[in-house]
Design a protein. Structure first.
Length: 195
């Protein structure tokens, strides 16, 4: 075996060793969380923070088809602000400065559900809004010109579910979009998001 073969073998063994050490460390965190009665969810594994990624952008009017009701027909023109929001709770007072005459917001992250069951939610918007959970559109307010309230129920398992919401508003001064769920017998803003 020449020197390059020895070096290749060494790096292969080293890579396998690093993967095994990382796997043992992660399993140790999960096992200690379970033993202490904590939820061994993604937030305990490090790296996840409370809230959603948020992207605010101006909309390309000539290339967008607002009347189709299809979220893919709202075409972004330029990014106005990128950040993090605690919830889907938007109105004119939280909009970035000068996003454009017509604008949109995209939120992305994970919805944490504390236990298996049916969850009653409500999407409210002045303008078009869509919500995806586990990669499927579960609510859609498709009319760009009216205030809409769409109640819906999801059967969800305990844990983290991929989440995305998109909101388009044709006029900032009238803009509002929120996502609520029933907790303790009343509707409250969903705040159980992680990124």
């Amino acid at each position: 075996m020449d020197d390059s073969g020895v070096a290749d073998a060494f790096y292969t063994v080293l890579s396998i060793g690093i993967v095994l050490v990382a796997a043992l460390a992660v399993s140790g965190v999960v096992l200690s969380s379970v033993e202490q009665g904590r939820d061994p969810g993604l937030a305990d594994l490090g790296g996840m923070e409370k809230g959603l990624y948020s992207f605010y952008y101006a909309v390309d009017g000539p290339r967008s088809d607002y009347l189709s009701g299809d979220p893919d027909d709202i075409v972004p023109e330029r990014l106005s602000r990128e950040g993090a929001d605690e919830a889907v709770a938007f109105n004119a007072s939280v909009a970035p400065s000068a996003p454009g005459a017509m604008a949109a917001v995209l939120w992305s992250g994970f919805l944490y559900v504390p236990s298996d069951g049916a969850y009653e939610l409500q999407l409210s918007s002045a303008g078009q809004a869509w919500v995806w959970v586990d990669g499927v559109i579960v609510a859609a307010n498709r009319d760009p010109a009216v205030v809409q309230v769409s109640p819906f129920t999801l059967q969800l398992s305990r844990g983290y579910h991929p989440f995305k919401a998109k909101y388009f508003y044709p006029e900032l001064r009238l803009a509002s979009c929120s996502l609520s769920w029933k907790q303790g017998g009343r509707m409250v803003t969903v705040g159980s998001f992680y990124r």
